[in-house]
Every structure is written in structure tokens, then in C-alpha cells.
Design a protein. Structure first.
Length: 447
């Protein structure tokens, strides 16, 4: 295999870094005028080795508030040992150590206390005047707990002082995501800072369960269900050098690997479609959706055939237990408008969503809500309203590849009242870009 000269030089540089011992003392590193990310890492007094009881396995830890920090390098040799694979202490193993000086990025992964995984990322951010703010993120698992920490440091006076979050970040909550997921119980949700970025200066917060304790508790089911709705999303905050703080959070997908490049087809939308509350039992895991999308696009329904505005998937084709159909309807407020019909055991759900190509987000919009009166004519409509006072009937929906309309009819399959008092008509809904609404036509209802 031929190696490009640039790659070869880079590899030699990385190898030299890994093999050359750093014999500098604390004062020598502190005196360096143009410090690298490694220099800041070695000077950071909050990264320490801890052993809570003599002879027990050690852990890489962040110093506690009540710890007496030795800023003259009591843990300097320990921090040096973290920059290469190995076992710095009993029960502490560094399985990988990535040092990218060019991008001011260090990532260290391993296990501590003999078994628990950890991940430490160390970077720095620059102010407009070129002064720097070192920062770290630290994640580890333990018994019934997942710990997530981040620290940003003010080193302007030579000491390492943790900067309070309120000085750097706007409030981080589910609020920017409400258009996509609606309101819910956030009592089990915590927003944690993902690993600090290697490229760029935008940080991301992810929704996570506050504690592993209580999982499966029926009393927390509502909150955990809402957390599941939040799980596909992230909040991104861009670094503002001038203000020396992060900008307001913007919603994004947590996993951007399925965001379409270019114009999105209906099959592409399937891979990023949020699961609706009425179809939770469908096998709509990400692996299933990716496989279905790829199979559809590589078959007769690929983009070359022009069949990009329609997609259909059935969970069990032999039994027809459930599935999803997606259709591109047109435009709404300048965005592509898609309709998605999902069903499970003949229970149907219709959603309309606008697609934000810049973020890959699908925003639900309420554009059609059927009324009982839509399916009855004349005096029968008044009588039907008495029979269904909630005026929110269960409907069956269908979309076909060769049609530009969505079919809707009252659910006579499950509702005995509909069979006893049959509707007069079914509806055909065709989206009209000009009026930004559905144009309705009627057909006679038949059982």
C-alpha cells in the first residue's frame, strides 16, 4: 500500500510525540509563551488520580471543591502518563489516547476502578483577543450511575478558576425542541454536554436520564416516554469569540448520519421520521429504517426512476400488521411538505411535516383534523355530532404511489357505531400549494 508523503510525515510526527518522553517540570511548562493544548492539559490541576482506600483500584477523577489543589504539579507525572496507552495506576487503564495538537484536541478513553469506562476530552476556546479558555468534558459509568461533567477555566491571573455555566451558556432546556416534540414531563431528563468538539467550536447538549435508578418505575413512565421523544435530538451552541460565551441553543439531530445530502426523497424522510405515539410497537428502529430506505432507493424506486416523492414500508408483508407510507405533497411556508401515514393493527395515524433541509429536522404541522360532520350530509351530520360529541373520530387513511391525494374515511372496522350509522361519504384530500391547504372532494361511502 502506497502512503501519501503528507500522511507519512503526519504519522511520523504522531509517533515521535508518543515515543519522546516529556521531561519538563511544572515551572518549565508554565513558562512557555505560546502554549499548546498539551501544555494546558499538563498544567490543569483539576485532573487528578484518586484512590479512596489504600490498595483499592484507582480512578481518573476531577478534583472536588474541597480538594486542596497542588498547582505546582503533584499530579503532573500522572497527567503525562494519560497521554499514551497503558496502565498509569492499579485498576486504571488508558485504552486510547488521541492527541491532535493542530486542532487543539485531546481525547483519552479507558477504564477505571478495574471495570468502569471513562472518556475525557480536553480542548481550549479562544476569545477575540486571542486569550484562551481551556475546557474539558468527562464522562464515566459506575454502579447505577452515569456521571457527566464539563469545566471551563479562567486562567487570566495564572490560576485555574472554574467559570460558572451561567457566564458561558444560555439556559439549556427542551424549549427550542417544542415545535418538534411538543411539551412533556422532563423530571427524568438532564441535558449533558457531549464530548467537546475536535473540529469547529460548536458544542452540543444531549438529553439523558438524570439517573439509572428508577428505570422501569411506572410512576416515571410519562417522563421516560417524553425523554424517548427527545432522544433523537440535540441542542447546538456556537462559540462567540467577541462575547466570549456560547450563542443561543439551536435544535439539531443527535445523529446526523442520515441527513440527506441535497434534495430529500420520501425514502430519505423515512430514516429520520420521528416515531409517532400511535405506532410505538412498530419495528421502527434505526437499523430497520436505514435498510428499508436503502432497499427502496436501490430498487425500481431509485431517484433515476423519478419515484422520489413516495415511499412505502410494511412490517410484515405476509400478515400486513403495520407499516408506514410517506408522500411529498408540495410546499408549505417555503419548506417541503411531507405526509406520513403509519398504522398498526388497522389503527391509522396521519401526520403532516415540513422538512428543514439545513438541520435535517421534521417539524409537525397541523393541516388537517377530520370532523364527524365531514363524513355526513344534511340532517345526518347533526345526528352524528350527537353520537360522537368529542368530534374527534377515528379514521382510516391511505396514500398510493400513483395518486396525488390522501384518502380518509371513518373507521368502521373498529367502531361498531360507524357500522350501525354508516357515513355518507369518504374524503379525498389533495394538497394545494397556492392556498396552502387541502382541497377536499367526496366519494360515496361503501362498506
Amino acid at each position: 500500500m502506497k502512503i501519501h508523503p503528507f500522511v507519512f510525515i503526519f504519522l511520523l510526527g504522531a509517533l515521535a510525540f508518543a515515543q519522546t518522553p516529556d521531561n519538563r517540570g511544572y515551572d518549565q511548562i508554565a513558562a512557555v509563551p505560546n502554549k499548546t493544548v498539551v501544555d494546558y492539559f499538563l498544567l490543569c490541576p483539576d485532573i487528578v488520580l484518586k484512590t479512596y482506600d489504600p490498595g483499592t483500584p484507582a480512578e481518573l477523577a476531577l478534583a472536588r471543591v474541597d480538594d486542596k489543589l497542588d498547582t505546582k504539579g503533584a499530579d503532573l507525572d500522572f497527567r503525562k502518563s494519560l497521554l499514551a496507552k497503558g496502565a498509569p495506576a492499579r485498576g486504571l487503564v488508558v485504552s486510547s489516547a488521541l492527541v491532535d495538537q493542530k486542532n487543539a484536541y485531546i481525547k483519552i478513553e479507558g477504564t477505571h476502578q478495574g471495570r468502569w469506562k471513562f472518556s475525557l476530552v480536553f480542548v481550549y476556546f479562544e476569545r477575540a483577543d486571542k486569550t484562551r479558555i481551556p475546557a474539558l468534558s468527562y464522562h464515566y459509568t459506575g454502579m447505577e450511575e452515569i456521571e457527566d461533567y464539563h469545566l471551563f477555566f479562567d486562567i487570566s491571573d495564572g490560576s485555574w478558576k472554574a467559570i460558572p455555566d451561567e457566564r458561558l451558556f444560555p439556559p439549556i432546556s427542551e424549549k427550542p425542541l417544542l415545535p418538534y416534540v411538543g411539551e412533556g414531563d422532563t423530571s427524568t431528563t438532564a441535558w449533558i454536554l457531549e464530548d467537546l468538539p475536535r473540529y469547529g467550536t460548536t458544542v452540543r447538549f444531549l438529553p439523558r436520564r438524570q439517573s439509572l435508578e428508577g428505570q422501569g418505575d411506572p410512576k416515571l413512565a410519562t417522563a421516560d416516554d417524553y425523554l424517548q421523544k427527545l432522544a433523537p435530538y440535540a441542542l447546538e451552541c456556537a462559540w462567540d469569540k467577541t462575547q466570549a460565551r456560547f450563542a443561543e441553543p439551536k435544535p439539531a439531530l443527535a445523529d446526523k448520519s442520515d441527513v440527506p445530502q441535497g434534495k430529500a426523497t420520501a425514502a430519505d424522510i423515512f430514516a429520520i421520521l420521528p416515531i409517532s405515539g400511535d405506532a410505538d410497537s412498530l419495528s421502527l428502529d434505526l437499523k430497520t429504517r436505514r435498510a428499508a430506505r436503502d432497499a427502496w432507493k436501490s430498487s425500481a424506486h431509485d431517484t433515476k426512476s423519478g419515484a422520489t416523492a413516495f415511499f412505502s414500508w410494511t412490517e410484515d408483508p405476509d400478515e400486513g400488521k403495520g407499516g408506514v407510507t410517506i408522500k411529498l405533497l408540495g410546499q408549505f411556508k417555503g419548506f417541503p411538505l411531507f405526509a406520513a401515514v403509519d398504522w398498526e393493527e388497522e389503527i391509522y395515524n396521519l401526520r403532516t411535516l415540513i422538512y428543514h433541509a439545513d438541520t435535517g429536522l421534521l417539524e409537525p404541522v397541523s393541516l388537517f383534523r377530520p370532523s364527524v360532520k365531514d363524513f355526513y350530509k344534511g340532517s345526518r351530520a347533526k345526528e352524528a355530532s350527537k353520537m360522537w360529541p368529542q368530534n374527534d373520530p377515528s379514521c382510516l387513511f391511505d396514500m398510493e404511489e400513483g395518486s396525488d391525494s390522501i384518502g380518509a374515511q371513518l373507521d368502521a372496522y373498529h367502531d361498531e357505531s360507524v357500522r350501525e350509522y354508516p357515513p355518507d361519504v369518504t374524503l379525498s384530500l389533495r394538497w394545494d400549494d397556492a392556498s396552502a391547504s387541502f382541497l377536499q372532494s367526496e366519494q360515496k361511502f361503501t362498506m
